[in-house]
Design a protein around this ligand. Structure first.
Ligand code: MOS
Length: 752
């Protein structure tokens, strides 16, 4: 069984787990009532506009703010020279997503460590005055030499220091990959490269900081975690948690860019404290390119196989960029060791430091890069041994995690291959490159697999049931557009059998029960499990009361013999033997039942590898004369455990596929290495797919049961959708043209 886009029609059943359900916050969003960080009003608000540094490395020799200060409405220009005291220890600047090293500190001193670094904040009574003032600030520099070219420093790459929670270094070599490679009949040796890319959410990073009479702060921040923002602000400014409340009810996309507190937050708080007034700082689109990006990466892959395609040796060495002040690390090559059955494997991952801001997690960080290289190389092997790409993957299918020997908690990747291929019509593919065409247009079909982790973090949730049958559930998680509000509302409504409209879920407030950063595709798994558990506790209490009620039809029923539905609890299948939740509460004189739970992953998870999987099939057309590539069809088959909300899950996968097409064909942040500066920092010149670039995307969710991954059996859909897509597109381009492009993006100059 599977849920496809065409079968999504859950009218009447909206709100039950597994039923396509429209966003509960959709109306607020489309009517403009949803408020974002830059939209909260404050009395006497000051507007801060950031002045960005113009060199990549060196020192500020002078700042002349006189002209800016002469602008009507400009009150102050904050720089490293006049800022109030700050903690001397960079440890104070650490947050939940800080890699090892020394976090960037804005306006700390005269040193410039990357191009675009904030060097001043102009504060004015209007945004226009602040912006005009910012244009008039004259900054003089003493530039020293810089290096922003990854290819120039690859030889200096090193194994990164550990430090970030959850980072798994590559496993030790197994077998003897070099010897096996020499003996293998077939060798595929290839190098792949990916460029710098930027997140570019629709909403710019913004913070509105309000100062209360007692000096405590209320901060509206664009963030993937209000508690992370709170922790950062208390650390840097020496405040107590009760003095800092962070609120973030809506986020206009983040994709990882809001995992770490960004410098607009720091500057807004610094200015609000200095001016004793509320301050708003919003970055410009160009400044969105100045605080983290997907790192450029270089991959060397060697595959050895017998002539049937059986893998005998696999080597994957990757080098990615980091900054000089932090070791940004992500899991890039490990996927290559776990994905396929192979006895001789060597994996290596290094970083090379450049004069740039530290790279930053961006949708499926690491896997997006590593799996692109692996799944491209697998396609090269399929071509070399004349084996169908799907058959090659089935032949080398890993039933256990090859890195650890652990079983998978579940792995329906075979079903992804089979159902995806069937839906796509893969069986009609002529394997020879350049064999399929429509007139002067070459047609290519390519596929790839995708891999991502299914993770759970500790999370808490609170639920309050009122006598009128209304349920309020809350947790300090985020909804970065992914559908958290809806998924949590559904889980709560489903657990207690309440109509969806009786449940309100609140998030994005640091005063709520703790939740992890919204990232890693773990929000449903972590917060959803807490929501389920807290509602089960309420259900238990209600059931105890219900059984004791006079003439209770449920007096002798066990908890597993009843159903909770329509705001009532009934003997299974017997609506006439039922009690309304509101009557149960009234019978006990209860006005409310309140429960809070702290939910942690179960220990049994440690014995398993928990991953989501995908198989993505792509058709491209390549113009034979111009070399332009157009993606015409995509089928993405996903094994992600139980699907809570197929409508939102489909949106997540579609978004991932769109981004994968962008990665394959469009996206590339270009650096002028002479200036050490990103040059195309705008939507005019940083290319992303537009509607005309995106065909119909067919999403198939294969059935997958998983009792290990969390109490919901849901693995998370936020990231798996992008993984593998770029490889599938690149493989399709090879099939169409016979030309293997190994450096992304595949622009027309590379295909002809
Ligand atoms: Mo995601 S890159 O974990 O926000």
């Amino acid at each position: 069984m599977k849920t496809t886009t065409s079968e999504m029609n859950g009218k009447g059943m909206e709100g039950r787990i597994g039923m396509p359900t429209s966003r509960v916050d959709g109306r607020l969003k489309v009517t403009g009532q949803a408020q974002y960080a830059a939209e909260f009003a404050a009395e006497d608000l000051l507007y801060g506009v950031v002045v960005s540094g113009a060199i990549a490395h060196g020192e500020i020799s002078a700042i002349d703010a006189a002209a800016a200060l002469a602008v009507d409405g400009v009150l102050h220009v904050m720089t490293h020279e006049n800022r109030p005291p700050l903690p001397r220890f960079d440890r104070s600047y650490r947050d939940d997503d800080t890699p090892s090293g020394s976090p960037f500190r804005a306006l700390y001193d005269e040193k410039i460590i990357y191009s675009g670094q904030p060097v001043a904040l102009v504060l004015a009574t209007s945004f226009e005055a602040a912006r005009h003032g910012a244009a008039l600030v004259k900054v003089s520099y003493k530039a020293t030499s810089h290096q922003t070219d990854l290819d120039a420093v690859q030889a200096d790459a090193y194994h990164p220091r550990q430090g970030k929670d959850g980072f798994q270094p590559p496993p030790k070599p197994r077998g003897d990959a070099d010897a096996a490679l020499k003996k293998a009949e077939i060798n595929v040796l290839a190098e792949y490269s990916t460029p710098v890319e930027h997140h570019n959410p629709m909403e710019m990073h913004a913070s509105t900081v309000m100062v209360d009479a007692d000096g405590s702060l209320t901060i509206y921040d664009k963030t993937q975690g209000v508690l992370n923002t709170q922790q950062y602000v208390t650390g840097v400014f020496g405040l107590k948690p009760e003095q800092v409340r962070v609120i973030s009810p809506f986020v206009g996309g983040a994709f990882g860019s809001g995992l770490r507190p960004q410098y607009q937050l720091f500057l807004a708080v610094l200015a609000a404290q200095e001016m004793k007034r509320s301050v708003r700082v919003v970055l410009t689109r160009q400044q969105m390119f100045s605080f983290g990006h997907r790192p450029a990466s270089r991959h060397q892959i060697a595959l050895g196989a017998d002539k049937t395609g059986k893998l005998l040796a696999l080597k994957h060495a990757a080098v990615a960029e980091t900054s000089r002040f932090e070791d940004y690390i992500e899991v890039v090559v490990n996927w290559s060791g776990s994905a396929y059955q192979c006895d001789n494997v060597t994996l290596d991952y290094k970083v090379a430091a450049l004069d740039v801001y530290t790279p930053l997690d961006m949708r499926a960080p690491g896997a997006t890069l590593g799996v692109y290289a692996l799944e491209s190389a697998m396609d090269e092997l399929a071509h070399a041994v004349h084996v169908d790409p799907v058959a090659l993957r089935l032949m080398n299918y890993a039933e256990k995690d090859q890195n650890t020997g652990k079983p998978f908690s579940s792995k329906e990747l075979k079903a992804c291959y089979e159902q995806g291929a069937a839906k796509f019509g893969w069986g009609k593919r002529d394997p020879a490159p350049r064999s399929m065409r429509r007139g002067k247009t070459l047609v290519g079909w390519g596929m790839a697999g995708g891999f991502w982790d299914a993770m759970q973090q500790p999370a808490s949730a609170k639920a309050v049931l009122s006598a009128d049958g209304k349920l309020a559930v809350s947790s300090a998680t985020a909804d970065i557009g992914t559908g958290t509000y809806t998924a949590m509302t559904m889980i709560a409504a489903d657990t207690l059998g309440l109509p969806l409209e009786n449940v309100v879920f609140t998030l994005g407030d640091s005063s709520l029960p703790q939740a992890p950063l919204e990232g890693g595709s773990w929000t449903v798994s972590s917060v959803g499990s807490a929501v389920k558990s807290v509602c089960e506790n309420i259900r238990k209490k209600l059931f105890t009361i219900a059984r004791a009620m006079p003439d209770s039809p449920l007096a002798k029923a066990g908890a597993d013999e009843v159903e909770w539905t329509g705001g009532r609890v009934q003997l299974a299948g017997q609506p006439d033997k039922s009690l309304a939740i509101s009557d149960i509460m009234r019978s006990d004189g209860l006005h409310r039942i309140e429960e809070t739970v702290d939910q942690s992953p179960e220990k049994k998870q440690k014995q398993y590898t928990m991953q989501t999987h995908s198989a993505v099939f792509v058709e491209v057309e390549v113009d034979e004369d111009f070399g332009t590539v157009a993606v015409k069809r995509v089928v993405s088959a996903i094994a992600g455990g139980r699907v809570i909300n197929p409508k939102a899950a489909r949106s997540q996968i579609v978004g991932g596929v769109v981004w994968g097409i962008g990665m394959a064909l469009h996206e590339e942040t270009l650096t002028d290495h002479a200036l050490g500066r990103f040059m195309n920092h705008s939507f005019a010149e940083y290319h992303i797919p537009v509607n005309a670039d995106i065909p119909d995307i067919d999403v198939v969710f294969v059935e997958e049961h998983d009792d290990i991954v969390n109490p919901l059996g849901a693995k998370g859909m936020g990231e798996i959708g992008i993984v593998g897509v770029a490889a599938a597109v690149a493989n399709a381009v090879f099939h169409a043209t016979g030309k293997r492009v190994r450096d992304l993006p595949i622009t027309l100059d590379k295909t002809v």
